[in-house]
Write a protein that binds this ligand. Structure first.
Ligand code: ADP
Ligand code: MG
Length: 243
């Protein structure tokens, strides 16, 4: 469902992704772990061209794009087949919960307002926010705001969901409700790539875990392998520090 081939990314002269190869199969849940600054966010953002990769090939669903010759149509296709959930929610503050979800459907998918409203209400119900439709983001807890962020991504019915530290901005007591929501989404068979520091969550939810350092994938395996028996010293150290 996702295939990255030899992806490199430079920010000016800084080499941030150094030849990433990664495959995520349909329905698979893959977590990305690694220290701050190792390039995890950049990697997610290169998949949907929120950042333009410098070289390599990005494939999502059946769309294969050589990043150096990507057309607007290619980029639009990658964007519409991926949904992203951000650390900072990125909600429109002047729109209600319902409008925040509807707007993705009417603007990106050009859906008519009535249909968009119906779908949005359904999805907001799935994330437990059907009693908050007319609230504004400022009237919600961080956990509720992030669940709106998840609903907005789900509404577009993307082939792939990308989560960039979805609980890192939350007060500790609000983390669980969001992790539970994400587990629910995973159990529906979605293909997901999740950057997280929640190790227990990663262990529970992931089919596969990837460990990144300094722009490269240094270890990859099942959750069992990585958590119980990491083979790379750096991974061992990271896991022992965080746990
Ligand atoms: P992580 O998500 O693992 O913490 P990032 O992908 O955010 O890592 O960052 C990797 C490196 O790229 C860091 O050194 C960071 O400072 C740099 N970086 C990230 N985004 C930008 C940007 N938009 N412009 C310039 N440098 C960036
Ligand atoms: Mg990051």
């Amino acid at each position: 469902m996702i295939k990255l081939e030899n992806i490199h990314k430079y920010y000016d002269s800084q080499h941030v992704l150094k030849g990433i190869n990664l495959t995520v199969n349909r329905g698979e849940v893959v977590s990305i772990l690694g220290p701050s600054g190792s390039g995890k966010s950049t990697l997610l953002r290169c998949i949907n061209f929120l950042e333009q990769p410098t070289s390599g090939i990005v494939e999502v669903s059946d769309k294969r794009v050589n990043v150096e010759s990507a057309s607007k149509t290619d980029i639009f296709s990658l964007r519409t087949s991926t949904g992203m959930v951000f650390q900072q929610y990125n909600l429109f503050k002047n729109l209600t919960v319902l409008q925040n979800v509807i707007i993705g459907l009417t603007s990106v998918k050009q859906m008519n307002k009535d249909e968009a409203k119906k779908i949005s209400i359904d999805i907001l119900e799935r994330v437990g926010l059907n009693n908050r439709l007319s609230h504004y983001p400022a009237q919600l807890s961080g956990g509720q705001q992030q669940r709106v962020g998840i609903a907005r991504a789900l509404a577009l019915n993307p082939e792939v969901l990308l989560f960039d530290e979805p609980t890192s901005s939350l007060d500790p007591e609000l983390v669980d409700e969001v992790l539970t929501t994400i587990k629910g989404v995973a159990n529906e068979g979605n293909t997901m790539l999740i950057v997280t520091h929640e190790l227990n969550f990663a262990r529970e939810i992931s089919d596969r875990v990837i460990f990144m350092e300094d722009g490269t994938i240094i270890e990859e395996g099942t959750a069992e392998q990585i958590f119980n028996n990491p083979s790379v010293e750096r991974t061992k150290k990271f896991l022992s520090k965080v746990i």
